[in-house]
Each structure stands twice: as structure tokens, then as C-alpha cells.
Ligand binder design. Structure first.
Ligand SMILES: [Zn+2]
Length: 130
């Protein structure tokens, strides 16, 4: 007969397994038009050169590398494994950290790339601050 702690342990192990799978399959789960960092490299949609200038593409790649530099793609699943909600504030802070990383590398075209790729209020706000 299983105790409640054994059941909870099995549920938590399954949750950790699920989150590890999400890291592995995030690249396939995200929309094809979305620029993102998959934990190992920046992934760019094939249509990006038709949407952005080369400097804007470099800025978008630098932004995604900023996520990698700050280990966002690893700390977020770790938080979920520990049953901590990453939260909107944390995600916004991570986007700012990645943007600052790109800007520090001299990729000033990030604001114009953001304006072209998204009309989400958070992205509009970030573009205004860059
Ligand atoms: Zn980002």
C-alpha cells in the first residue's frame, strides 16, 4: 500500500519529467513565426529576413542570446519543477534583462525589430524604453 508521501513523490517526479520534456520540445511547441532561444541556440523563423533589416535580425539574435546568457530557459523549468510560478513580473524582468544584454552589445536596432514583430503592450513598452 502506497503512502501519501509516495504518491506525492511519484506525482512530483512525473511533473519534473514533464518539464524536462517541455525543455526538449519547446522548439517544436512554439509558433514557427516566433523568435526564441531553445536553451542551446537562437531559433529564427525562415521569414525573418523578409520582415527585418540585417541589423534588426542581429539585435533579435542578441536578445535571444541574452536569455541564454541569463539562463532563463533553464531557471524557468527549474522553478516549475519546484512548484514555483514564474509569474508575469519575472517574465517581464527576463525580457528586460535580455534586451539590456542586446543593447549592451551595441544592437540598438532591437526597438525597431520589436515594433515590427509584435504589437503586444509589453513589447511596445519595452521598445519605447530601449
Ligand atoms: Zn525575449
Amino acid at each position: 500500500m502506497e503512502t501519501a508521501s509516495q504518491v506525492a513523490g511519484c506525482a512530483w517526479a512525473a511533473w519534473i519529467g514533464f518539464n524536462l520534456q517541455m525543455v526538449a520540445f519547446a522548439a517544436t511547441a512554439l509558433p514557427a513565426h516566433q523568435v526564441h532561444f531553445d536553451g542551446f541556440r537562437a531559433r529564427l523563423p525562415a521569414s525573418l529576413p523578409t520582415m527585418l533589416a540585417p541589423a534588426e535580425i542581429a539585435a533579435a539574435v542578441a536578445h535571444e542570446h541574452g536569455h541564454g546568457r541569463h539562463l532563463h530557459n533553464w531557471t524557468n523549468p527549474l522553478h516549475r519543477c519546484l512548484l514555483l510560478n514564474p509569474g508575469l513580473q519575472r517574465r517581464r524582468r527576463q525580457e528586460i534583462e535580455a534586451g539590456v544584454y542586446a543593447a549592451a552589445g551595441g544592437h540598438g536596432a532591437l526597438a525597431s525589430a520589436l515594433r515590427k514583430l509584435s504589437n503586444h503592450p509589453d513589447d511596445v513598452s519595452r521598445a519605447e524604453r530601449l
